[in-house]
Design a protein around this ligand. Structure first.
Ligand code: NDP
Length: 237
């Protein structure tokens, strides 16, 4: 457990899965947490009531809405950008509008949210973005747009670390492998194939990812920035 008493945290995309585990973790460690949701209003409201946090509707596909949300929630001590999704299908068949939306949610929003957060953030602030091991390794067809979006976060973190470093603000990418959520249930049809790539043959738990996020947000990680942190049971090894 860490102590985030008095810290102001915004989690973009916190209603379900990994984001919800991150909300729970910061709330139980004493932070004041606001999180966004898009489609899952009921789940968001339930989580907010249960954890004493605040849920607000903001579509991460809407750049200006994301910037406004970050600005209104500031000054933030910690920003976590978790909202993201994958498209599956042959690149020749995917609707280009769907691909562009993926890039808006998975890349445009993290970039502008990070920059906007840094404007008001006190020295020593923390920015953590949830990428994917698929930013490093893409062993399956039909996921090129997702892989490109998660690789893009790597360059973003390396560059923004330089911009924000003089103020002691860190920015890091957490890169999960298969994690048991609605988006990738452990009992789904891809289970055996995914586990075949791994040294630890199970899906990770959202709480395990939240633990890495909490460490990166805490006082021991002040010298860690511009870096990718893989948590994947050796999926990408
Ligand atoms: P889920 O689909 O289970 O949950 C996604 C969360 O993101 C929900 O809270 C959802 O909110 C929110 N979200 C999605 N789109 C938007 C949007 N446009 N605006 C606001 N919020 C949004 O996904 P996971 O928990 O599995 O994934 C979370 C992150 O982790 C993603 O970035 C994903 O790419 C990454 N990841 C996941 C892995 C896995 O195996 N599960 C592996 C590697 C990376 P709502 O329902 O309210 O729209």
């Amino acid at each position: 457990m860490s102590n985030f008493q008095g810290k102001s945290v915004l989690v973009l995309g916190g209603s379900r899965g990994i984001g919800a585990a991150i909300v729970r973790r910061f709330a139980s460690d004493g932070a004041k947490v606001v999180f966004t949701y898009n489609g899952s209003r009921e789940a968001a409201e339930q989580l907010a009531t249960e954890t004493g946090t605040s849920a607000v509707a903001t579509d991460s596909g809407d750049r200006d809405a994301v910037i406004a949300r970050v600005r209104e929630s500031g000054p933030l001590d910690i920003l976590v950008v978790n909202a993201g999704f994958a498209l599956f299908g042959d690149a020749l068949d995917l609707d280009p509008d769907d691909v562009d939306r993926l890039i808006r949610v998975n890349v445009t929003a993290p970039y502008h949210a990070s920059v906007e957060a840094a404007r008001q953030m006190p020295d020593g602030g923390r920015i953590i973005v949830i990428g994917s091991v698929n930013g490093d390794r893409m062993p399956l067809p039909g996921m090129a747009s997702y892989a490109l979006s998660k690789s893009a976060l790597q360059g973003m973190a390396r560059g923004l670390a330089r911009d924000f470093g003089p103020r002691g603000i860190t920015i890091n990418i957490v890169q999960p492998g298969p994690i048991d959520t609605d988006a990738n249930p452990e009992d789904g049809p891809m289970r055996e194939l995914m586990h075949s790539f791994m040294a630890i043959k199970r899906h990770g738990r959202p709480e395990e990812v939240a633990g890495m996020v909490a460490w990166l947000a805490g006082p021991e990680a002040g010298f860690v920035t511009g870096a990718m942190h893989t948590i994947d049971g050796a999926f990408g090894a």
